[in-house]
Write a new protein. Structure first.
Length: 224
């Protein structure tokens, strides 16, 4: 059992306190960081090539010199910084905590997506969703007084999750592969990412956004 940190000890008489488990599960940013580290050489080469192309120009397009070099490099670095910021926010704010008989799940924006007594939990359910492929699975936590919550186990500390499931003492039910409409029907009120449910629309918006971003970056040096 995970022991409660001294600073978090409640100011109550120990004789009156029920021996409740305390478990804290931290996010696992390892997969995201590993992917960024592997891709860092390609990102660096891409940023340098973009900067040199904008500085020297290409074909009939005139280059913009040092201004183009700086903007070209920053054009690649800015999205990377945005991704790193999101990873940092998740590490700082997200968490799953079992404390004093209450289970709390927070997202990267520090919002409580689940805050309910353990006594109100009704089950743990494993499901496979379209974006994860045949070998990935997620966990749905259901309760009587809160809408279901979808947990991607790959993004959390595995040992901490195992300890949490052990203390919750609930039987897992496997629902197999569920498409998004069936998932929502089986677990009414469950929040699902818009980009996953409407993948085609999201892909179109991303392509249009990338085109607009590239057009802005290419023409930006001539407006400065």
């Amino acid at each position: 059992m995970t022991t409660r940190p001294p600073g978090d000890a409640p100011l109550t008489d120990p004789a009156d306190e029920v021996d409740l488990p305390w478990v804290s599960v931290r996010p696992d940013n390892g997969p995201s960081k590993a992917l960024l580290i592997k891709a860092s050489p390609l990102i660096a080469i891409g940023a340098l090539r973009m900067g040199l192309m904008m500085a020297k120009g290409r074909g009939t397009s005139a280059g913009s010199g040092m201004t183009g070099l700086v903007i070209g490099i920053l054009a690649v670095v800015f999205p990377l910084l945005w991704v790193c910021a999101l990873i940092g926010l998740r590490w700082a704010n997200a968490g799953i905590r079992l404390e004093d008989g209450v289970l709390t799940v927070r997202d990267r924006w520090n919002r409580k997506v689940l805050h309910t007594p353990v006594s109100s939990l009704t089950g743990l359910h494993t499901v496979r969703v379209p974006v994860d492929g045949p070998h990935g699975s997620r966990i749905v936590i259901t309760s009587r007084d809160h809408r279901p919550v979808l947990i991607d186990a790959r993004l959390w500390d595995a040992e901490g999750l195992r300890e949490l499931w052990q203390h919750l003492d609930l039987v897992f039910q496997d629902h197999g592969f569920l498409k998004w409409p069936l998932l929502k029907k089986r677990f009414p009120g469950i929040p699902t990412p818009w980009r996953h449910v409407h993948f085609v629309q999201y892909a179109v918006l991303m392509v249009l956004g990338c085109i607009a971003y590239v057009a802005l970056i290419v023409n930006l040096p001539f407006f400065l």
